[in-house]
Design a protein around this ligand. Structure first.
Ligand code: SF4
Length: 192
């Protein structure tokens, strides 16, 4: 919950705080997402990595899958969506209860990727609204976690403006490069 939505009242023996009901609901919702994975293609491999203990989606309260849309409020669209799948995707979205959120996982779901052809939907936002786009082919799990955290912030503040996850630059530290070179006996590194 943002600091602005909480007001701590001084002077009480036990202490208490006030907040707004919508801020309280947003805070609760962002940590209790029930996901419906709509997985169609190779991005599914990274989706499985995301759910593994290494990346541990459970930390964010979003690990529990629901394979009926009526029990889900977060639709992960993972992979390429064909024109024939589009009506099914729309039906799944329509069956989810409000408030519901959509995350486009990977370049194909976000914009069709390199499938510039008659059979592929050029981005799921042609079919359903999207809250967060995660670019990458496939995106790394860290990038998807960035997308999930971005979505959580938007849920907490009630912001439904679509957003794109920024790419991580994640440069390799220079000392790590020189360590690796010297371990491999690189003459460049040994010469200084
Ligand atoms: S974005 Fe890349 S990895 Fe993901 S479904 Fe498309 S082609 Fe496959």
């Amino acid at each position: 919950m943002s600091d602005k939505s909480i007001q701590v009242i001084e002077g009480s023996e036990v202490g208490f705080a006030t907040t707004r009901v919508d801020a309280l609901l947003g805070w609760a919702r962002k940590y209790s997402l029930f996901q419906y994975p709509f997985v169609t293609a190779c991005c599914g491999m990274e989706f499985m990595a995301l759910a593994s203990p290494r990346f541990d989606m459970a930390r964010f309260g979003a690990e529990a899958p629901r394979f009926t849309p009526r029990q889900a409020d977060l639709l992960w669209v993972v992979g390429t969506v064909s024109q024939r799948q589009a009506p099914v995707l729309k039906m799944v979205y329509d069956q989810m209860a409000d408030p519901k959120y959509v995350l486009a996982f990977g370049t194909c779901a976000s914009c069709g990727g390199f499938y510039d052809n008659y059979a592929t939907v050029p981005g799921i936002d042609k079919v359903i609204p999207v809250d967060v786009y995660v670019p990458g082919c496939p995106p790394r799990p860290e990038g998807v976690i960035d997308g999930l955290l971005l979505l959580q912030d938007k849920i907490a503040t009630g912001d439904r403006t679509p957003a794109v996850v920024k790419p991580r630059t994640d440069p390799v530290p220079k000392d790590l490069v020189s360590l690796r070179r010297s371990a491999e006996g690189d003459p460049v590194s040994e010469a200084g």
